[in-house]
Design a binder for this molecule. Structure first.
Ligand code: ARG
Length: 456
């Protein structure tokens, strides 16, 4: 029982220990903790703060501990609170007073900050790489089936025909910005906090630059209070992950709609769907739905950390132990999505005929008519109005737009020429959109070529 245990029963004591521990989840930091401690003792020895032999003995023992944890041969106890205490305790058990020197000029506050930053640096690199593979899967799919024509939507209403490749490459652009955000955030993660002590630095003559260089950080933190108090770098990562998950969620929504009976534009691989326990005919797009659902978890993590930090006075507060589970959960969730989603995109089968027939409603070419009038010198607003009246006339007379004769068209569009009657094909509508960034076949081929080169 702890010294202050008099007013607690041993049962509550156990509950308090369970309540306080973080080792059940911060154990994933162990490799970074070992690396940080090895670097720290090497610096302490170089500065004459601890004997060289002690630093060497500690480094050897830290490797042993790491291997034991790797092998699952390392008992974790709630009483030792976190992974940092476990490793230090194991060192002391083995090396006695020598091991007890490891924590010179260090607090768990700057140690935790260091470990999280080391961990996030690696995770960010991996996630950015995973997002790039996701882009690759989209580009490959665009390369294979990108020439299919489907209706593009605004307000979930048929708007204008677009190439399937164009639609997919929109996500490739979004993911490119996600990668930029991740790597930009990594710059701010990549700053070395060790040496900040509990909050005020240390009186011992440490060499922070040496630790910084050996752990390949960009620079050392400038303010010890900031270094132990803030988690903005983690919040930034969670917002980058939230935005990425939001993009994945929108892609999921597109796929879920597209594979519904109403659209029937795509067929997802059987492995990515499940049946219903009741309805024998069902094939549900579970992986897309779950990715959309898991986006909520990632947002939840962001909200947790923002809320966690908003009321904390400087500097470290124990509340901050609660930063890890949401952070790890968001990272795990995104990593899971990154493992299952690209193969699903790669295996996507498309139903060209259904896409094309949905894009063949002549009303989707109404804008093309208006633009044709602009080419003839009609001001756009007037052109828009005339074509609008033509659409209304067709509706009122129960005719498709392409079923009207030239004379009928001229009732509402006096400037119409015989060529106007040929404006209703989705292929030619798409083919005429060759400005940079538009959905024309050449413009889309340029996008594909750009991404193929960029992704190699
Ligand atoms: N388990 C704590 C955490 O993860 C370690 C830091 C504890 N520092 C302290 N002064 N109690 O945040």
């Amino acid at each position: 029982m702890a010294l202050w245990g008099g007013r607690f029963s041993s049962e509550t004591d156990k509950e308090l220990t369970e309540f306080s521990e973080s080792v059940s989840y911060d154990k994933r930091l162990y490799k970074y903790d070992v690396l940080g401690s090895k670097t720290h003792v090497a610096m302490l020895a170089a500065q004459g703060i601890i004997p060289k032999e002690t630093a060497e003995a500690i480094a050897v023992e830290l490797d042993v501990i790491e291997k034991r944890i790797d092998a699952g041969d390392f008992e974790l106890k709630a009483e030792l609170e976190d992974i940092h205490m476990h490793i230090e305790n194991a060192l002391i058990e083995k090396l006695g007073d020598e091991g007890a020197r490891v924590h010179s000029a260090r607090s768990r506050n700057d140690q935790v900050a260091l470990d999280i930053r080391l961990y996030l640096r690696d995770e960010i690199t991996n996630i950015a790489e995973g997002v790039k593979e996701f882009q690759q899967a989209l580009v490959d799919q665009a390369d294979r089936n990108g020439d299919a024509i489907l209706p593009g939507f605004t307000h979930l209403q048929h708007a204008q025909p677009v190439l399937f490749g164009h639609h997919l490459l929109a996500y490739v652009e979004m993911f490119a910005r996600d990668i930029e955000r991740l790597l930009d955030c990594r710059k701010r993660v990549n700053v070395m906090p060790l040496g900040s002590g509990a909050l005020a630095g240390t009186t011992l003559p440490i060499n922070r630059e040496m630790v910084c260089e050996s752990l390949k950080f960009e620079r050392v933190t400038r303010n010890s209070m900031d270094a132990v108090a803030d988690r903005d770098f983690a919040i930034e990562l969670l917002s980058a992950l939230s935005i990425f998950a939001m993009h994945v969620s929108r892609l999921s929504e597109d796929l879920i709609l597209w594979c519904s009976q109403e659209f029937s534009f795509v067929e997802l691989g059987d492995a990515f769907c499940t049946g219903s326990s009741l309805m024998p005919q069902k094939k549900n797009p579970d992986i897309a739905e779950l990715s959309r659902g898991k986006t909520a978890r990632v947002y939840g993590s962001l909200m947790s950390l923002l809320t966690l930090c908003k009321g904390l006075p400087l500097t470290y507060n124990r509340d901050m132990q609660e930063d890890k589970e949401p952070l790890f959960d968001a990272i795990d969730t995104v990593n899971k999505i990154l493992r299952v989603y690209p193969p699903m995109v790669a295996g996507l089968e498309i139903c060209r005929e259904n896409m094309f027939s949905a894009a063949s409603d002549p009303a989707l070419m109404a804008t093309d008519l208006a633009e044709e009038l602009v080419k003839l010198g009609v001001p756009f607003r007037t052109a828009h109005h005339r074509v609008g009246s033509f659409v209304k006339w067709c509706r009122d007379n129960g005719k498709a737009l392409d079923a009207a004769t030239l004379d009928e068209m001229r009732e509402t569009i006096p400037e119409a020429t015989p060529e106007f009657l040929d404006l209703f094909s989705p292929e030619s509508s798409v083919a005429k959109r060759e400005v940079t960034g538009a959905t024309g076949p050449k413009a889309v081929a340029d996008q594909i070529a750009f991404w193929k080169e960029k992704l190699t």
